[in-house]
Design a binder for this molecule. Structure first.
Ligand code: DGY
Length: 319
């Protein structure tokens, strides 16, 4: 073990990721999701050099100030890193990485699943079947929205946004997007750039968020929801912090929004239970990246970043 780097696996990971960590590093595997204090204690008492971290490890500036000198990298196996103080961690001389591409396809798949389920009233149909479906459903009852031919507005046209656009094109949808800057035509693939959110919203029959939380703040305010056309559908697989949930619930109750498909919430896992009272929502528990292949790939990418930094190379995915 003497020449292997000391690494802490601070969250539960799939078996293949744990196996690789144990084979390549002198790895301490917590076997559960540590919080930041527990992580810090383990790092200090085992002279840990690299940490594969998780969203429970909410590193603050105070934690960063207490990092022991052995620590060189905090590797997020996720795309998001809004649960930690990145600036303070870097200021303490510790590299921070994420896994920006590993989950693009699966996140876009789940966003498309939410889109289809919201438009086609899947929650209500599933409830009818679970109740035993003993009453015929009328020709004009329980009608959803036709997806093909509709206009999808994407906010955030990074890797996940573009993967969502590709799926939407496959369903015959028209794609508009808003992003900090316009993409070159080979990445736009026919999507129309709309320079401001305010201009995009009234044109988006379906709106899907694909930008990081944190800096963007609460993008979907009461005013923003009001700008969507009546009968719009709202999809969020990005971050709950982007959304004023009171405003979203009011828009769903009033019928201004036809439906919503949500994988992320302001408070997780203690999400707002008022959502469960609404028939026109399709909800999933922040699981967009939860496939065998993607969770392995995310964990492997974090280990690749740890290996690079601890062997004196540049991080592959610095943030
Ligand atoms: C991410 O990578 O940020 C996801 O939300 C976690 O699954």
């Amino acid at each position: 073990m003497a020449n292997k780097h000391r690494v802490l696996i601070a969250r539960r990971v799939p078996p293949a990721v744990e196996f690789r960590a144990l084979s390549e590093f002198d790895a301490l595997v917590a076997g559960r999701d540590l919080d930041a204090d527990e992580m810090l204690e383990a790092v200090a008492s085992h002279a840990i050099q690299g940490v594969l971290t998780g969203p429970r490890v909410r590193i603050t500036a105070a934690h960063a100030a207490a990092f022991p000198p052995s620590l060189r990298i905090i590797a997020n196996p996720t795309a998001g890193f809004d649960h930690m103080d990145v600036a303070a961690t870097r200021a303490a001389g510790v590299a921070v990485t994420n896994a920006p591409d590993a989950l693009s396809d699966c996140t876009a798949d789940l966003a498309m699943m939410l889109l289809l389920n919201a438009c086609r009233r899947a929650s209500e149909s599933a409830a009818i079947m679970r109740d035993g479906w003993r009453r015929g459903i009328g020709f004009a009852e329980n009608l959803g929205l036709k997806v093909s031919g509709r206009t999808l507005g994407i906010v955030g046209m990074g890797r996940i946004g573009r993967a969502m656009a590709a799926r939407a094109r496959g369903f015959g949808m028209r794609v508009l997007y808003h992003n900090r800057s316009r993409l070159p035509p080979e990445l736009e693939q026919g999507a129309e750039y709309v320079p401001s959110l305010e201009a995009l919203l009234p044109r988006a029959q379906i709106l899907s968020l694909h930008l990081p939380g944190g800096e963007a703040g609460t993008l979907m305010t009461r005013d923003a929801f009001a700008l969507l056309p009546p009968g719009a559908v709202f999809i969020n697989t990005a971050r709950g912090s982007l959304v004023d949930e009171d405003a979203l619930i009011d828009a769903l109750r009033s019928g201004h929004l036809f439906a919503a498909g949500l994988d992320v919430f302001r408070d997780e896992p203690a999400f707002d239970l008022r959502f469960n009272e609404l028939p026109n929502v399709f909800l999933t528990p922040h699981c967009a990246s939860a496939t065998v292949e993607t969770r392995d790939a995310m964990g492997f990418r974090a280990l690749d970043n740890i290996a690079a930094v601890l062997s004196g190379q540049e991080a592959l995915d610095p943030v």
